[in-house]
Structures are given as structure tokens and as C-alpha cells.
Write a new protein. Sequence first.
Length: 414
Amino acid sequence: MDDDEEGYDEEFEEDDEYVDDYEEFINPCQELINKFEYRKAIECMKYHLLDDNTGNYNPPIQLCFEKLNDYFGFFEFALEHFVKGDDLDSFVVDSIYKIFVKLNGVEKASILVKDYILKSNLSKERKYHLMINYPKINLETDEILRFYMEALESNSQNTDAMINIGKIYYNLKDYKIALDWYLKALDITPNNIDLILDISHGYNRLNDKKMKLKYHLMALEIDPDHEIANFSMALFHEEIREKTEEEIEDDKVGHTKAVSIWDQYNRGYKLASEGDYTGAIVEITKSIEQCENSYFPEGLKARGLLRIKIGNKEEGMKDLKLARDFLYSIVTEIMESGIEYYHMEDYKRSLKALSIAIELDPMLDEAYFFRARTYLRIGKKEEACADLHKAVELGRIGAMEIIKEECNNVLVYI
């Protein structure tokens, strides 16, 4: 622990509020977050991380860094935990990649993540491991294969190298070669359940149900309570179970209906891409009407955006609000499209998407923040400063730095 952490340790040893309530609350540091005291909240969560290796604190810690606009502080935190952790591949994808998308746009994000990992202080083996398990990075496969082959020359029992070589071939969809390497590693570590399940998945890719079952049973023999193995086995039994005539008929009807819904939707999408927005709305409406209680958020979202595009904002927003009530992630998707348009310098579309997101959720501080940045790009400083102040009011404290730079002499109405 460094000096800052030691000082923090003493502070929270004196105040048992954050320690005694640990079992009662999922996040005992939430009160600090609610008060926008993000730096203290980060230190509080780091303190509790010492006793919690589940990853439960990673999302709220990331949120705090984002509220401060301290993205690079979060990267440093993440890399520190990459060194210590064993299961961090999804953390790379879901956290660092998404932050690079927000900072630089989709096109540059995977390149920047790759460069960031390569420039880090991690060992070469750890860097390669992270990238192999990160599907959005384009790898120099030959270079990484050579690295692991050399590792095997130094130590023929290096199962990590064997498994990573297998993953490289698996990602390349060469499942037979991947399985050869996995099986070599299994000979050395016969009780490695994760590896056994990877082998089972490999045989599944080859449509070899007999071998898939064999390795699932092997995993359960080692650990009968293994959650993933049990879940996969349940899916396998459902897959091979003989269905009743009624179930078969229901499946046919359900499949036909689903195909019909998506056929209508895709016809609408095609018409929209050709500029026939009215025709697209007609087709997408047909897809929505086929769904019970109109539960088709993707269709509602598409129709809503098309209606807004042709000038019918009132009906469009009705669709989008209904889609939001079914599936809130629709709001996030619209906001993220606005952020991407910002990075593409398509400011008109950026403003429209971010404004829709704000109307769908007026508490979305991130949308205000990026809309402000868009306004600044087109010279609308008064509107930008109003959005920045609103973002701060909602908790995005990091926006204060831009307010100091841009809004000293701007009269703001909120």
C-alpha cells in the first residue's frame, strides 16, 4: 500500500461506518457517491477491494472516474488490477474499450486500447493474454504465436502458452488446431475445469455432440456444483431432448412469427437506407403490430427515429418513450450514437441524437456533457455553458474544468 492508501486506512479505521455496514450494503461507499464526493468514494471503494475480489466495485469506481472526467486515472486503476486479477478480459472490453470510444470514437478505439496495453508496464505474456482475449483488437498473430512457441521451447510444460495458442486458433475459427493445443494442456492439468469447458465448446463448434457431452461430464465429475458446467449441461439436455408434437408445432409457429417480424423490420430498414422513410415506417409498423402488446423495442426505436426524421417529432417521441419503458438501454444507444457522431464531426446529427437522449432521460449528465462539447465545436458557447452547468448540477463534476476555460463571461440560463 502507498502512503496515500495508508493514510486513508487510518481514516476509515477511526470511522467504522464504512466497515461495520459492509455486510448490510452492497456498496458501503454509496453515500459519498450520492454527495458527489467522488475522490473519497474511489478511495473508500479501493479500501474495501482488499476484502472483495468479486469485481462488484469495478463499475462504480469507473463511474466515479468518469464523473470526474478523469479517464486516464481509471486506466491506471484498471491496469493495476489487471496485474493482480485473473478474470479481467470482460473488464477490458466493457470498461477501457468503451471509454476509448467515448474519447476518440469507434474507429480509433481498438487501436488505442491495443497501444495502451502494449505501452503498459505489464509483462509481455500478460499483454498478449489480454489482447488474445479481446476480440476487437486486430492481432499480429504470427508475432504472438512466435512468442508462445518460444515460451514452449524454454518450458515444454507451459500450459498457459498452450492454452493461449489454442485461443489464437479458436479466434481464427480453426477449431481443430485449437482443440489439439487445448488437449495438450489438459494432459498436463487434467483438473482444469475452465479448459475442459473450452474443449467442450470447441467440439460444439465442430458439431460433435458426443465429444461435447464427454467433456461436460468430465467437468461435472471434477466439480458437481460447478455453476457454468451445470448450466451448460442443462442447455445440452434441452437441446437433445425429444420434444412433444405440441412443442414442435409451437416452435414452428414461434419461428415463423419471429422470421416474419424481422423480415418486415429488415424490409423497413432497407427502404430507410434507400431514402423511402414513409415506406420504411409502414413496414416497421407491420413488424411492431405482430408483437404481443407491441413489445418490440427495436422496432419502436427505429420507427420513432424515422418519424422524427420526417418531422413528426411528437409521434416519434411517443415511440421512443415506449421503447425506453420496455428497454432502457435504447436511451444509452441513442446517446452513444450522438457521441460517435461528435467524433465523426457530424455535429448536426450529434446534437439531434443527444437532445433525444436528454428528452428521454433528463438526468443523463453524460448526454448534457457531450452536447455541450458539440455546441462548443459549432460556436454556440451560451448553449454549451448551459449544458455544462446542468451536467455539473447532475454530478459530472469534471465539467467544471471546461466551465472555467469556456464560460467565464457567458450569461447562463438553466
